[in-house]
Ligand binder design. Structure first.
Ligand SMILES: [Zn+2]
Length: 331
């Protein structure tokens, strides 16, 4: 395990962020990868037992070619294998799409929360925002990912760093559930996440309390991750949607302070749809300066909304592309 941790720590925060910067321009699910040695073959590819499932998913899909010439070899740090319906096009199709985008490898995970199709709805939802039906924690997502990946030939398996994510962050059994996955798929998982903490509409539509990153269940997961040398990718909004005051920063800081041996990757630097705040560069810089175990990814909306100021409602966040470039350069 120590050797695994050493490998994982080879990529510094600086080189990791550089990788991210290279990727966002071309890949639809953007890049980053803290804590994992990208040039190494994954344990998953090398040691895990192949799956016995006879028919892995392989869908013929239309793949859009990028407008720009590919200039970098990209590693995608935030790639969901399944959507909110827990559906997937399968690894071969995914690899063809990655090839078209210049993405050689990816951190991959399922979708920890699924959208329910209510009995009263004639039309099936396609996204968590499709209607106001509830969403629920779906632990099966990890098994779909593991079995499909292990059913692939080595040349596909070695392109992926699988993370497990199917837990409810309110449940104090969460760490135990992850322990089971680590036992069932030894030497397979490279990290934990994307775990859902505060995620505006998505977590608001789950049953029960909205999960938050400093809850006892999360803290147990961080302890387990530290013990196993696994990074944890967490979606935790910096604030509520349509609220400029920063509401949830303290929760993240408490989580970071809990176990400094656990590296936490803050997905999307804490933003989400309709989460619009000023001075995100300053806030992220302060947090990165204060918490050595914090990493960020700039996937999803960060590049378009915050870097390029392309908010759907013409919101101005106050930071320019130059500010973001300096941020990327520094960290
Ligand atoms: Zn995500």
């Amino acid at each position: 395990m120590e050797q695994k941790l050493d490998k994982q720590l080879k990529l510094t925060r600086r080189s990791f962020l550089k990788t991210m910067a290279a990727g966002t321009a071309a890949a639809s699910a953007a890049l980053s990868l803290p804590g994992v040695a990208l040039s190494e073959k994954t344990d998953a590819a090398t040691f895990a037992t192949p799956s016995s499932i006879a028919f892995a998913t392989d869908r013929q899909i239309e793949i859009e070619q990028p407008d720009e010439k590919i200039r970098y070899d990209l590693i995608d740090s935030h790639l969901h294998f399944t959507d909110f319906l827990e559906d997937t096009d399968g690894f071969p199709a995914l690899c063809r799409a990655m090839d078209a985008s210049g993405v050689s490898q990816a951190v991959i995970f399922g979708m920890p929360i699924a959208k329910q199709w209510d009995a009263t709805m004639e039309t099936a939802p396609s996204y968590y925002l499709s209607n106001d039906s509830r969403c629920y924690y779906y632990s099966g997502t990890d098994f779909i990912l593991a079995e499909e990946l292990l059913a692939q030939p080595l040349e596909i398996r070695k392109r992926f760093f699988p993370f497990c994510c199917g837990i409810n962050g309110n449940d104090r059994f969460a760490a135990d559930h992850i322990r089971q996955l680590l036992r069932l798929y030894p030497n397979f998982w490279c990290g934990i996440g994307e775990i859902m903490s505060r995620h505006d509409d998505l977590t608001a539509l789950t049953y029960g309390e909205a999960p938050h990153v400093n809850s006892p269940a999360f803290l147990d997961v961080f302890d387990l991750a530290a013990e196993e040398g696994l990074p944890v990718l967490v979606h935790h909004n910096i604030t509520a949607q349509s609220e400029e005051r920063v509401l949830y920063r303290k929760e993240l800081e408490e989580a970071l302070a809990h176990n400094r041996n656990c590296n936490i990757i803050w997905a999307h630097i804490g933003i989400s749809r309709r989460v619009e705040i000023q001075n995100l560069v300053t806030i992220a810089s302060e947090l990165l300066d204060t918490h050595p175990n914090l990493y960020v990814d700039i996937s999803w909306l960060v590049f378009d909304y915050y870097f390029l100021d392309r908010f759907p409602n013409n919101y101005m966040d106050g930071d320019s592309l130059d500010d973001w470039a300096a941020f990327m350069d520094k960290y």
